[in-house]
Design a protein around this ligand. Structure first.
Ligand code: DGL
Length: 266
């Protein structure tokens, strides 16, 4: 057994969708979560800035005795995973490949949609990985930048005209492409899955990338012993907003309120 913690980081509160799945399937594990709430969003930034932030996030987590790092953020996984993994002495797991693997098993028609931030879509990494694994697939990508602030403000529910209107507009080209599988390639989008599913219809399988990453972690690490795991939360801005939003992403209360760190020290 290995009782060291798993480090998880994201640009903000969204990575808690991966933590939620880790809690469900690996309840014995300790987790150290860092959300860069002072610098969110990452998804509109340049690759150089995203890499700089990712390096600092990793250096902060390396302060703790951890056995692996999960990059819950799709933007960082798409843009900086290979570089930070090569520089770091613990395993680093991103969300892109686990989400692609699930989509490859789910698709029947070979037509896959991917929605994410501008940086994730611009990187083209999902299309590259999917078509490298299965040449001939048809991959359709769409940035949905306004979904992140909607999720941050709790405007995610069926019956709310704002997310419903945006979802119809963003998803129209993906629908027109006739996909049967849609990767939610952003931490925040699972919160909108009801609204997204209503637009896409019952025949389209939605893939939650954070949950897929959490599931892949289970097979890769030596598990902790038989005990209740604990999760500590750190953020780079006033913890108040994080503490308020977190229960919606975690689907349950925070075990400890978040602590503030100065990420510029790392
Ligand atoms: N965490 C980001 C992602 O999954 C979404 C929020 C942001 O743009 O920073 O891509």
């Amino acid at each position: 057994m290995d009782n060291r913690a798993i480090g998880v980081f994201d640009s903000g509160v969204g990575g808690l969708t991966a933590v939620r799945r880790l809690h469900e399937i690996m309840p014995n594990e300790d987790i150290i979560y860092f959300g860069d709430t002072g610098r969110v969003p990452y998804g509109t930034r340049s690759p150089e800035t995203i890499l700089k932030y990712a390096r600092q996030d990793v250096r902060f987590l390396r302060k703790f005795d951890i056995k692996a790092i999960v990059i819950a953020c799709n933007t960082v996984s798409a843009v900086a995973l290979e570089t930070v993994a090569a520089e770091t002495d613990v395993p680093i797991i991103g969300v892109v490949w686990p989400a692609c693997a699930k989509a490859l098993s789910a698709t029947r028609t070979g037509r896959i949609g991917v929605i994410g931030t501008q940086a994730t879509v611009r990187s083209g990494v999902y299309a590259r990985m999917l078509t490298a694994a299965r040449p001939g697939l048809s991959v359709h990508m769409q940035a949905c930048p306004l979904f992140v602030p909607l999720a941050e403000n709790g405007r995610v529910h069926r019956g709310d005209i704002v997310p419903e209107t945006l979802a119809r507009e963003y998803l129209a080209p993906i629908q027109a492409a006739g996909v049967d599988t849609l990767i939610l390639a952003c931490t925040h989008y699972p919160l909108l899955s009801e609204v997204i599913a209503d637009v896409m219809g019952p025949d389209v399988t939605l893939i939650d990338s954070g949950a897929a990453a959490a599931e892949s972690v289970r097979g890769m690490l030596i598990p902790a012993g038989d005990r209740a795991g604990d999760t500590r939360y750190f953020v780079s801005d006033d913890p108040e907003g994080f503490n308020r939003l977190a229960p919606g992403f975690l689907n349950g209360p925070l075990s400890h309120p978040a602590e503030r760190v100065d990420i510029s020290d790392y």
